[in-house]
Design a protein around this ligand. Structure first.
Ligand code: FES
Ligand code: FES
Length: 160
């Protein structure tokens, strides 16, 4: 049976009428047209589908919309400010930290969460934090470089 839920997505209130068991990822991509969040494994294993819900990362492929009424959701599309990219997006671009790019939105969202919790992470802290985000292209060295550089930019206050 369908229900109606109000969620805030990237600062906009959205009213969604759907099956409460439907994954957030499907609602984002199919109902709201926010296709930046990617479907990887669909089983909660790869984190390609990561978004922030009230500031915490969730894997949207295994998160039913029915659990999110009233929550604030941030997707990759909500990070930039007009033409201005978020410092973490800039860092991934500068380091060319992607090949197919499929894991990139989830990596960036997870990095934003990391730097909000730990502005000056050590390499070990970065690796532990990012452990759940998989890159099938094995672009991990460049991803680490991008996160180190984003951390430096954020620490310098080089943010929007
Ligand atoms: S697509 Fe959600 S964890 Fe892989
Ligand atoms: S760049 Fe292809 S999966 Fe990471």
């Amino acid at each position: 049976m369908e229900n109606t839920f109000t969620i805030q997505v990237n600062g906009r209130n959205e009213s969604i009428t759907t099956d409460p068991e439907r994954p957030l990822l499907d609602v984002l991509r199919e109902d709201l047209g926010l296709t930046g969040t990617k479907f990887g494994c669909g089983e909660g294993q790869c984190s390609a589908c990561s978004v922030l819900v009230d500031g915490k990362r969730v894997r949207s492929c295994v998160t039913p919309i029915g659990k999110l009424a009233g929550k604030k959701i941030l997707t990759i599309e909500g990070l930039s400010n007009g033409d201005s990219l978020h410092p973490v997006q800039e860092a991934f671009l500068s380091a060319a930290a992607f090949q197919c790019g499929y894991c990139t939105p989830g990596m960036i969202i997870r990095t934003v969460e990391l730097l909000e919790n730990k502005p000056n992470p050590t390499d070990e802290e970065i690796l532990n934090w990012m452990e759940s985000n998989l890159c099938r292209c094995c672009g991990y060295p460049k991803i680490l470089e991008a996160i180190q550089s984003a951390a430096k930019a954020t620490a310098k206050g080089d943010s929007q």
